[in-house]
Design a protein around this ligand. Sequence first.
Ligand code: GUN
Length: 290
Amino acid sequence: MQILDGKIVSQAVKDDLKQQTLDLKAKAGKTPHLAAILVGTDGASETYVASKIKSCEEIGFKSSLQRFQSDIDESTLVEAIEALNRDADVDGILVQLPLPKHFNEEKIINLIAPEKDVDGFHPISLGKLVQGLPTFISATPYGIMLLLKHYNIDTVGKHAVVIGRSNIVGRPMSILLSQNTNPGNCTVTLCHSKTQNLKDICLQADIIVAALGKVSFLTADMVKENAVVIDVGITRVADSSKKSGFALKGDVDFENVAPKCSYITPVPGGVGLMTIAALLMNTFNACVKK
Ligand code: GUN
């Protein structure tokens, strides 16, 4: 069993981007700028946004963060996004999800200019992805593809089972794995909460991507020998032995599943770090294209 180490691979991506950013500045006088919007005080969202901003600083990107109280009205958020759309200095816009309940997330995402949609959530980005056209790819599935590529994992003709059909992870993941690319060329089964015989389907999988947000959902009896297991889950579970008061837990029962796998991602230290690396790549590309 080999660990797919998001720490090593994301650092390699960031080192490369840092150099490319220096080159871009020297040659074209441009520096990528990621603008983040955070509404409310959700603990996990605060942590994610802080990591994204810190990563921008590490590699020489500009970044900015606008914070809003959770009870702001829609027009305030709409105006903030429209101002960022107009701002020629901003390359990428990120509205951290989830938004407070009174917002229609779909409507808000649709306001982001597609050429600045570095999260890849806009229907134009997702539509292009489905057609196999160049676009911003949602950061988590993109990060997973980078991880598979780095470890040279053979995906051609393999059966990949994706558990979870969100627009952010499961659905784009299923499309990417099915494309005529490397990694890619999988036969993909997209499973969800209504799937029957999930265990039997998982047992046929060469590659499993667990992205449903249920702690330790994927157990050893659902995984065949030598499978590749990618764990997208990142749930906070109370743990008094930790300084923060919580531990991060994945969707995979790592302890019992890992011995059966050829490759597996840990939580933390796997997919989460790759998500940030992929977001930075999208932001860099947005800046270059402009
Ligand atoms: N919430 C959970 N994951 C993400 C992400 O990749 N981007 C944004 N904007 N919000 C998220």
